[in-house]
Design a protein around this ligand. Sequence first.
Ligand code: FDA
Length: 308
Amino acid sequence: MLGPALLAASRTPRIRDFVTTSRVSRGLVGRFVAGNEQDDAVTAVHGLVARGMSVTIDHLGEDTTERAQAVATREAYRALLTRLGDEGLAAHAEVSLKLSALGQALPEGGAAFALDNARVICRAAGQVGTTVTLDMEDHTTVDSTLSILGELRADFPWVGAVLQSGLFRTEADVRDLAHPGSRVRLVKGAYAEPRAVAHARKADVDAAYRRCLAVLFAEGAYPMVASHDQSMVDEANRLAAQHDREPADYELQMLYGIRTSEQERQVAEGRQMRVYLPYGQDWYGYFMRRLAERPANVAFFLRSLVSN
Ligand code: FDA
């Protein structure tokens, strides 16, 4: 229950001001975020690739309220992709996009504007030989995001989708997207969602995750199994064996800074592990979702506040 309450509180300006200006958060943010600048991200990518991982990079930002801000995000991605190409990293590093950072929620044509921006980024990714995955935000954005995905896939069939097992609708969305060649990142879902649209019990979210995984593996999609939950990781590896999938036919994925020894163990056992690596100054929303996922993270943050 702490998670949803924390996510709700995180939207109040007082909490936002407090967390973003606190010296304690700066220290803890560094556990989950590579740094503020492109250089920080590229340095972290080199380190992860040297340890056998692949990477998906998120230029932090969401809920953009101005067109200029969305254009700046698009250009940051373009510059990053050029750099990945120049440094020989494009075979190992792709990018993840939040459409709300590209203007999806702007009034009057926001979705079309976000699509245009995403198209520019996809073109840049294609030029250097890597891919793009569209993050999924709260349930109100799913229809728009899947429609933009469809438009992008007409030109760039390798664009990946994210689906959240926490939402009731997702099992149907998984069936729609589970065709050969379709890159689908399955997550549990990080947003506080109303009971009308989402499972309230963790056991139900987990059971739905397993059912979705089974469909992705059975129908020939390219599953991107994004979870730190050992039972989901084990289930994915079991399904891969059952369906004669080679290690190259699916990916395990985890967030930067979470269960790093398990990330390394999976690589040592010959599996693909892709690390989701965020960077940039707009870390607040991402950071609060990481705190909310785990009471121990909140406790650590509060203890640090008291002891500083
Ligand atoms: P679960 O929450 O059950 O955690 C299992 C175990 O993992 C915990 O017991 C703990 O050991 C560890 N763990 C999990 N979270 C932790 C944390 N924050 N700190 C420390 N340990 C932690 N969500 C979304 O809504 N839209 C999206 O686009 C994405 N994208 C995305 C990409 C990738 C690559 C990953 C791995 C995750 C996402 N997510 C996401 C987040 C996802 O929805 C979910 O909130 C988290 O992955 C936590 O759920 P788990 O599946 O890890 O299981």
